[in-house]
Design a protein around this ligand. Structure first.
Ligand code: MN
Length: 242
């Protein structure tokens, strides 16, 4: 199982969740929302070889945490993965859009200077603006658009730009999410939960809930579950070696 976008540090009992992931052999990309959360979150992965930590600065915190960009740059050499980063164009986040643009642009430039990273990217109501930024900084690395919710046209543009997608049970609960997923290249998809933010039937999603994606892909791809799981494993291997 693969959870390529999960906020391990934000569960009420993060160490227990990390231990359960290690016990079940789940591959986890443990994303952070602030650079100051990096050190503590890396600690959760100690002894768990399948948990990787990503250095992030969430767009919804851009205005409050832009002062941590120096720390971001200082920590970046230690981080193979970057996220959660991106832009959020929701009405409540529009007030600090300029800060979001500054922070996202700064991070992409730092990633270019560092030789590129795998990037877990938030693009809610901002897919075109995110793609503009990625197009301007192609050397920033391999973008993985998490919980993509843009239009089909935006998705086609993302595919042309080389983007990957991480999809989860919450996204696939909607007709739109399933329709987008059906048109994504199967060899550029990994699974995610976005737990504990994302919910399933009113409860926080956990990394093992990624298993719920397999039956949906089985039907969308018209392939047996074993073939779906194998495709996802191959994708993870290719992505993490990029
Ligand atoms: Mn998230």
């Amino acid at each position: 199982m693969i959870d390529f976008h999960c906020h391990l540090d934000l569960y009420p009992n993060p160490l227990q969740v990390a231990r359960d992931c290690a016990k079940w052999g789940i591959y986890v990309l443990s994303v952070t929302t602030t650079p100051s959360a990096w050190t503590g979150t890396v600690g959760l992965a100690e002894g768990a070889s399948r948990i990787r930590t990503a250095l992030g600065l969430h767009p919804q915190l851009a205005h409050q945490r832009k002062s941590e960009l120096g720390l971001f740059e200082q920590l970046l050499p230690q981080a193979r993965y970057v996220g959660e980063i991106g832009l959020d164009g929701s009405p409540e986040c529009r007030a600090y859009w300029e800060d979001q643009i500054t922070v996202f642009g700064y991070i992409l430039s730092a990633c270019v200077d560092a030789g590129g990273r795998v990037l877990s990217i938030h693009s809610r109501r901002a897919a075109s603006a995110v793609l503009d930024k990625l197009e301007a900084q192609p050397a920033a690395g391999t973008p993985v658009l998490h919980w993509f919710s843009g239009t089909i046209r935006e998705m086609q543009r993302a595919i042309k730009l080389g983007c990957w997608f991480s999809i989860g049970p919450a996204m696939l609960a909607s007709e739109k999410g399933r329709a987008l997923t059906a048109k994504m290249p199967p060899d550029r998809i990994v699974t995610e939960t976005d737990g504990p933010f994302a919910q399933i039937d009113g409860n926080s999603a956990f990394p093992w809930d990624c298993a719920r994606v397999v039956p949906i892909l089985t039907s969308l791809w018209d392939k047996p579950p074993g073939a779906v799981e194998e495709q996802l494993r191959i994708n993870l291997r290719r992505l993490t070696r990029s």
